[in-house]
Design a protein around this ligand. Structure first.
Ligand code: CA
Ligand code: CA
Ligand code: CA
Length: 144
């Protein structure tokens, strides 16, 4: 009886997630795109919007681990997190304010003349604020 329920649920999730576009990865009920090219943060944000998606918003430690597991050493990806509207006030692209965070030690440090206002994630799962006009890989996310 319990097994039957699980089979039914797996089928339901499988059906839901066949809507992930080709080349996107699935975690929970969400599809993710890990780019192989690089763009500025704003261009990456626009790219995701064209796919009915948004730059990745980290909602849980599990999701952060999932993202980190898809990042090769020395690779860096943009997240959908910025303080470009008000320095030090970090906001997700879906308008949530930052509650759960995984900043690397000493980050965010906003270094340089123009500061650093866009967040990246490393293979370690730790985050860094970087210059938004840098070009980096990026991660889009959308519901299945
Ligand atoms: Ca998310
Ligand atoms: Ca900043
Ligand atoms: Ca930094």
């Amino acid at each position: 009886e319990n097994v039957q329920w699980k089979v039914t649920q797996c089928k339901a999730e499988y059906i839901l997630c066949t809507k992930c576009p080709a080349g996107w990865e699935q975690f929970a009920k969400t599809c993710y795109f890990f780019s192989s090219t690089t763009k500025t943060w704003t261009a990456a944000k626009d790219f995701c919007a064209n796919y009915d998606a948004h730059l990745a918003v980290v909602n849980s430690e599990q999701e952060n681990k999932f993202l980190a597991n898809h990042i090769m050493d020395n690779w860096v990806f943009w997240l959908g997190l910025t303080d470009m509207h008000r320095e030090g006030s970090w906001q997700w692209v879906d308008s949530r304010s930052l509650s759960l965070s995984f900043w690397n030690a000493g980050e965010p440090n906003n270094v340089g003349q123009h500061g650093e206002d866009c967040a990246t994630i490393y293979a370690s799962g730790r985050w860094n604020d970087a210059i938004c006009s840098n070009t980096e890989r990026w991660i889009c996310e959308r519901s299945c």
